[in-house]
Design a protein around this ligand. Sequence first.
Ligand code: ADP
Ligand code: S3P
Ligand code: MG
Length: 173
Amino acid sequence: MNNIVIVGFMGAGKSTIARRLGKVLKQPVLDMDREIVKAEGMEINEIFAKKGEEYFRNLETNYLISLKEKENCIISTGGGTIIKEENRRLLKEIGVVVLLQASLATTYKRVANNDRRPLVNSQTNKKKYLINLFNSRKDLYNEIADIKIRINHKTVNMIGDEIIKKVERLNKC
Ligand SMILES: Nc1ncnc2c1ncn2[C@@H]1O[C@H](COP(=O)(O)OP(=O)(O)O)[C@@H](O)[C@H]1O
Ligand SMILES: O=C(O)C1=C[C@@H](OP(=O)(O)O)[C@@H](O)[C@H](O)C1
Ligand SMILES: [Mg+2]
């Protein structure tokens, strides 16, 4: 095992921090969205548009099952991977779960004007939609987190270092 699994809401920095951890720890990085895009030969937006969200959620579950074999990897999840109970169970099996916690203000700033997230793109009132989605998922992230990191106003390097320290401490226990 010894994998590090990064969870959190859209825009919290999961993909960015995973890349940083991979570089510092010299471990392979698996970004679920990126791996799914590669396997399907379609961008996330296109998968949602052509096949729907449920299809995408099943791809996430299948991908998580394949991760059970992995060791010493840094895994970046999608913001909605934690929705399904089966996925939450799989994530706990796969590695130490690190939650990146961003404020709604930071989230909105990072996500609202980026067109790569289909769930947000399609909304006319993006702010209201994000607030509701954020609140509906909060408890699920907290439920599975072994380590929680507040990311507001911190650099990528600071967050990476904090994660490494906390994972080391946890592994010593
Ligand atoms: N600590 C940080 N400080 C400033 N910007 C950040 C930080 N972490 C990530 N970002 C930026 O926020 C945006 C969302 O990051 P990303 O890694 O795609 O998040 P996620 O994978 O959680 O959706 C990107 O533009 C990224 O460059
Ligand atoms: O929150 C979500 O439901 C989603 C988050 C996205 O990943 P990021 O959290 O990396 O943006 C991506 O998996 C897809 O657009 C759905
Ligand atoms: Mg990401």
